[in-house]
Write a protein that binds this ligand. Structure first.
Ligand code: KIV
Length: 279
């Protein structure tokens, strides 16, 4: 008899617990083991990542078979109403949102995105805040932006036993310094710098690196050079996985979206129509 997990979806053989034959106990889906991401890269299997900020988003992502759910600091813009910046979101807000996702997503790895200011002062501060994501919000791992000064933060957090996802290219927390939300690594020397930043993040212990708004050939070169997976957003198809912001891909954000965003639905219109009908 085929086993089923939450929502009646099939449980993959690797996720079976041996209790699937009970009619009364639906087996919880097993958490995707972190080393599986590197294995997916080696096997050429695509990694699917999406952001989520609440329990319904986490449930939809899980049921769709998403591998990694990022509770992104884009929450500042798409959930909390800050215009065009991720900087204002606080640790407390990120912990609150991450908790709602982590309590719902069973199989996908839940990544807590460290907000601006939570890892910028010292390694010790970074470790303390990363621990809060794991202990208080039950994230599986954390993500932080940049290389350079972030490298010692990555090593310190990894030494504390917490997985870290890196993020280079367009790093929105430093948008002012970068001169806006624009493609990074367009000159040969900037492309070389991006490659060496990504390699340094891998050496510091990152289990994966997000490449945001990076020219396609540069992302392809970085992906080839790294043994850990790259997750692209506006970085082309050669990356080992892709990530999109939930609200962008579902058409919940209105106004101009980045050029690379592919909209799979137009939920803003649907919601407006439904609410107008109701009202
Ligand atoms: O915060 C976020 O949503 C992100 C993704 C765009 C990668 O960092």
């Amino acid at each position: 008899m085929p086993s089923s997990g939450r929502a009646g979806l099939p449980v993959r053989p690797s996720e079976m617990t041996g209790r699937e034959d009970s009619r009364y106990q639906l087996a919880p889906r097993a958490k995707l083991p972190l080393p599986r991401l590197a294995e997916m890269k080696r096997n050429g299997e695509r990694i699917v990542m999406v952001t989520a900020y609440d329990a319904p988003g986490a449930r939809f992502a899980e049921d769709a078979g998403v591998d990694v759910v990022l509770v992104g600091d884009t929450a500042a813009m798409v959930v909390l109403g800050h215009e065009g910046t991720t900087v204002p979101v606080t640790m407390e807000e990120m912990l609150f949102l991450t908790r709602t996702v982590a309590r719902t997503a069973t199989r996908p790895l839940v990544v807590g995105d460290m907000p601006f200011g939570s890892y910028h002062v010292s390694d010790e501060d970074a470790v303390r805040n990363a621990i809060r994501f794991i202990k208080e919000a039950e994230a599986d791992v954390v993500k932080l932006e940049g290389a350079g000064p972030s490298l010692s933060r990555v090593s310190a957090i990894v030494s504390a036993g917490i997985g870290v996802m890196g993020h280079v290219g367009l790093t929105p927390q430093s948008e002012t310094i970068l001169g806006g939300f624009k493609t990074q690594g367009r000159t040969a020397s900037k492309a070389r710098q991006l490659l060496s930043d990504a390699l340094a993040l891998e050496a510091a212990g990152c289990f994966a690196v997000v490449l945001e708004a990076v020219p396609v050939p540069v992302a392809a070169r970085i992906t080839e050079a790294l043994t850990v997976p790259t997750i692209g957003i506006g970085a082309g198809a050669a990356c080992d996985g892709q990530v999109l912001v939930y609200h962008d891909l579902l058409g919940l954000t209105e106004g101009r979206a980045p050029r690379f965003v592919k909209r799979y639905a137009n939920l803003a219109e649907e919601i407006r129509r439904a609410l107008t009908t109701y009202a």
